[in-house]
Design a protein around this ligand. Sequence first.
Ligand code: GLY
Length: 350
Amino acid sequence: MKESRLMFTNSPADALRELVAEFDTRGGVFVIADENTIRIVDTIPVIADVPRSVIQSGDSNKTIAELSHVWQQMSTCGLTRHSLVVNVGGGVVTDLGGMAAATFKRGVPFVNLPTTLLGAVDAAVGGKTGVNINNLKNEIGIFAPADAVVISTCFFATLPTDELLSGYGEMLKHGLLKGETEFNRLLGFDVLSAEPDKLLEIVKESVEVKRSIVAADPAEQGLRKALNLGHTAGHAIESMMLDRGAGVAHGRAVAWGMLVAMILSHTRLGFPSSLIHRYTAYLKMTYGTPSISCRDYDRLVELMKHDKKNVGRGQVAFTLLRRPGEVVTGCVVAENEIRSALDLFQDLMG
Ligand code: GLY
């Protein structure tokens, strides 16, 4: 699988102009954005006046119906394999737009311009594209890396706090996968008041962690499962809260899920308890405490059993760590161990 070209810049309009000039665009340039990010498109001269498809924002619109609408607009506009699609938005736009581009006429080149921190450090990079069906996230999709990703932190200044913290949750994960120095640096960094160039530096380091893992295992046969750190418990908490009508941002749930993974890493693999305590203090202060109790364990374990990254039926596989930077994927953890870890999680967060 090809690797995406990654460009880090706080002059995204210039970078995009230079990039577009390098492609064969005899079939025209086409933009995919959502109803919020279309405002950004209008400020970037090279894409401001090209045909566009504007999808509705939000994960509930990452659907086959919306994808089909985009395909029809691409067809109506007469796109060819010599066109270039530019996806401007967060994860919904880059996941759906990437799939639209990669499947239209069996593949049109595409560029991602992520406009959220979560999109920049995760969704826009690594080639996962797709849509949801039957309330199942990313159930239909293909691996299709963008030809290029232009990453710029100047779009993040207006993001809500929750959205910034959500992206930072994935950055904490990358830091923990990289090593203790990187993780500690992130625990001491204030993403909410960071100026764009300083943020761009740490975003670049974070994306490099994901890039190198994906380069080694693009189709998630083994090592890429490392990127699932914090997601087994995190997804379960996210889904349970959503069902209750008290949805939480993805990266916040991942940040909590990482503490569950650290607790299991300690009991299973001797992960240092000092780091667990340092992370707990940070987590409580920055991300708060999820409202879960022991009455929720049945539901949480049930949700973990349905995680699509599990291999054996009814088994729950976690990504764990011996220490920061030393990952062990596919650790099957018994139900009673998960319940004990949730107890410890509650004690620490209480
Ligand atoms: N978000 C995890 C991955 O791209 O593999």
